[in-house]
Design a protein around this ligand. Sequence first.
Ligand SMILES: [Zn+2]
Length: 380
Amino acid sequence: MDHRVKPQIPAVVFARAILMLWLCRLPSLNALELFGRRGAGRHFLRHAMPGADQIANVSEILDVPGLRAILGRMYKRLVRNKVLLPMRGHRLAVVDGHEINTSYHRCCPKCQTRQITVNGEKRPQYYHRAVVFMLVGPGFHFLLDFELLRPHDDEGSAALRLIRRVLQAYPRCFDILLGDGLYPQARIFKLLRRHGKHALVVLKDERRDLLTDARSLFGPKPHTTFTIGATHYQCWDIEHLDSWDSYPEKVRVVRSLETTTIRERKKGRWTEREQTTEWIWVTTLPAAQVPTANVVCFGHERWRIENEAFNELCNQWHADHYFHHNPASITALWLLLFIAHALFHCFLRNIKPCRRQGLPVCSWASLMLVEFLAPLMSSA
Ligand SMILES: [Zn+2]
């Protein structure tokens, strides 16, 4: 809904302009205005490009629930078209926090603040942090929703709001929620169980009774071993642990010692060395329904939000930059970023493999920019 009084430019033009900003992976609203002034994107916008200041101002009042609804429709279409599929019979989702930007100088009333010591002197640092909800399936992932932390929020509170909203809007979109070491929180586990969902999160806080108890029960001999590719897995799986005081139900803890043989070339000679890493997860999944190997496989899927979402969005899409420093604008821009990200990956998926193979992903992004900038070439 457009709340502006007598708008001269329809709100949809601004939303399309921001979508174009993302699809072209431009670094600023000024760059968008500059290209737009020469006619780039006119066909897509069906209107002249608004000024950078106008886009910034309108981004504060864009229809955020409407943008979430577009993402919801995209999610349903991806499931219907069998692009987003279950993994080993389960629908997986990942929730994770991400810090968007930090500054010692620029802040807004909704910034989070922390004290940082610089050259022996304490200085306030301002930043915004958000929690992101992503659905993961074999070969495809979809960023569904985004929740910005409020000034004195912790990540768990924002995650709780986000998970509640997703459960209300799309109750069947996942059945296992994955999270990192910040997420073994009783309030999150209780919410998920109330909705018949399961949690599978990293357990790494050595101070917790649950981890101490589980470690005392692991024993020297693994319960299961298996090998996938170059990695050998030794796993321990303990059910019915009740040493989590604030959580009333019993939980299961799975430990995986993973040894990978790494081949390296040193001084002209190939050498092999073994690297071992330890992973421990706490989960509500019953062993009778989900065997140890699947818990380990699902547990590692959590990394996809780091590798396939945050790394890509920040390194290639300029997402860790405030295009306009305003909380409402940040939320609207990130939701439009999720739409652009899904459109790009659907486009990439639909290109015939024979054409896709020859070119790296970034060159398809450049081709998209060239398509938008075509009017500049013809007017030169
Ligand atoms: Zn701020």
